[in-house]
Design a protein around this ligand. Structure first.
Ligand code: SAJ
Length: 440
């Protein structure tokens, strides 16, 4: 590593800019600040910037004190003024990479951030893209925009890709102690990235290019989407065979090698796992290659809400009731347990399908007091005895640890359980996902 380069990003008075202060950018900013680096956070939402400057946290994984401590120490300041990017020695871009309405990559947030960086680009700056995206984005979208400044990458400025690996709600693996992959456009870029990031990440994993780093991240999330798709198909198979899929997966998980446990569920939620593989399949379509595993897994995962509502149909039918006019309680609408995020949550699909069949749908989720989606909104209900005895069926979609599923099992007349939350409860019978109600 050239000594000069290392020194540049090891200097005490370095200013580190982070664009995008969400569940990725804000923890990154806090880790850098904790290491003694002065951080300037950038967000397009004034409310986010103001909240941080007042010492408030708007994300679940950070407390107000953790934010306030760095703000009061003068190591963290947030702003919406993108011109201040010129004050930074290094800048990380942590903006969303959603899918467009046509399920194609939407890199508009990356492009907007890159334009702002390009406008303030100065010799010596290190730019790191962290947003999950298709292989080639850093070199094909970010680099050309930055080179409009006339500066040369690897000489005048440095450009890397380093994927985020934030698992919301995970209290074991967090920003600092999760190994961090990083790849530069040139060797000097990688050296610059490693020099800076080694100040606040415990373990760095340098790779040979930005494409290698981009594909590493997509592989990680595609691995999850495909394996979740596999166990969801096993759930469909077990249902047809009259076998308890939870028993089978728990038994398979006793294999001490060569097996990794995934669990079936109501579908795939979150802003990563259902989204990121589509970035790769889109990119490969432009290269006339069909990413079959991704496409099949997506087909199965997105069909799970219909499987769940089919179980509700079946359970009500056994009681001589139609879905139309029935009152259904959806338990848990966040996209996974013990978090408050509802993005891409399969619970919304389940609610819409049941309402489309004429059911009256109410929900309970202690993390989500109010659910809003595409112009519709629902108020969360308290889990009272009156509510539980007033519904025709309760369907457990997300199994938060702080919800008393035993009480739901006891008081609701029919229970459909998509998460094995009622495992081992006596009284009812375990027949697939209809865990309580009249037999077939
Ligand atoms: N899910 C299943 N069965 C499983 C695991 C998950 O149905 O066995 C569902 C969940 O209910 C959820 C969705 O899949 O709806 C995604 O779950 P997730 O556990 O992958 O959680 P995310 O999307 O919040 O975070 C993931 C990270 N999670 C883990 O590694 C456990 C990680 O893959 C990435 O760091 C992160 O996405 C990201 O930001 O890319």
């Amino acid at each position: 590593m050239s000594q000069k380069l290392a020194e540049r990003f090891q200097k005490e008075d370095l200013i580190f800019g982070v664009i995008g202060l969400g569940y990725v950018g804000l923890p990154l900013a806090i880790e850098a600040a904790r290491s003694g680096i002065r951080v300037l956070g950038f967000d397009v939402k004034a409310s986010v910037a103001e909240g941080i400057n007042q010492g408030f946290s708007h994300i679940q994984d950070l407390t107000d004190d953790e934010i306030g401590e760095q703000v009061r120490a003068g190591r963290l300041e947030a702003t919406t003024d993108m011109a201040r990017l010129a004050e930074c020695d290094a800048i990380s871009i942590c903006v969303p990479t959603p899918l467009s309405k046509t399920r194609d990559p939407d890199v508009s947030f990356i492009f907007a951030a890159t334009e702002a960086v390009s406008g303030a680009l100065k010799p010596g700056q290190l730019i790191v893209l962290e947003s999950t995206t298709y292989p080639g984005t850093t070199r094909e979208v970010v680099l050309p925009e930055l080179e409009k400044s006339g500066l040369i990458v690897g000489e005048d400025f440095f450009l890397c890709f380093s994927p985020e690996r934030v698992d919301p709600g995970n209290t074991v693996w967090m920003t600092k102690n999760t190994p961090k992959v990083i790849g530069g456009v040139t060797a000097a870029c990688s050296q610059a990235g490693v020099s800076l990031y080694s100040r606040f990440f415990d373990t760095l994993v340098p790779v040979s290019s930005t494409e290698a780093a981009e594909l590493t991240k997509i592989l990680e999330n595609t691995f999850r989407a495909v394996n979740i798709g596999l166990v969801n198909e096993v759930a469909l198979i077990a249902d047809r065979l009259g076998v308890d899929v939870w028993e089978v997966i728990d038994a398979a998980a006793t294999k001490p090698f060569g097996f990794m446990k995934f669990t079936p569920g109501p579908g795939l939620g979150g802003h990563c796992i259902p989204v990121d593989p589509h970035y790769l399949s889109w990119k490969m379509r432009t290269m006339n290659y069909k990413t079959r595993f991704i496409d099949v897994a997506s087909e199965i995962n997105s069909a799970m809400p219909e499987f769940v509502t089919g179980k509700v149909w079946e359970a009500l039918n056994r009681a001589g009731k139609a879905v139309k006019g029935s009152k259904v309680l959806v338990v848990g609408v966040a996209y996974k347990p013990d978090i408050d995020d509802v993005r891409e949550s399969p619970a919304v699909d389940v609610i819409r399908l049941l309402e489309g069949d004429g059911a009256e749908v109410v929900y309970h989720d202690p993390y989500v007091p109010r659910l809003e989606e595409d112009g519709s909104s629902w108020e969360g209900q308290d889990l009272t005895d009156e509510l539980l005895s007033s519904v025709d069926v309760a369907v457990i979609v997300t199994n938060h640890s702080n919800v008393d599923h035993g009480r739901i099992f006891e008081l609701a007349p029919i229970v459909v359980d998509t998460r094995n939350a009622t495992k081992g409860l006596d009284g009812g019978f375990q027949e697939g996902w209809i865990v309580k109600g009249p037999r077939a």
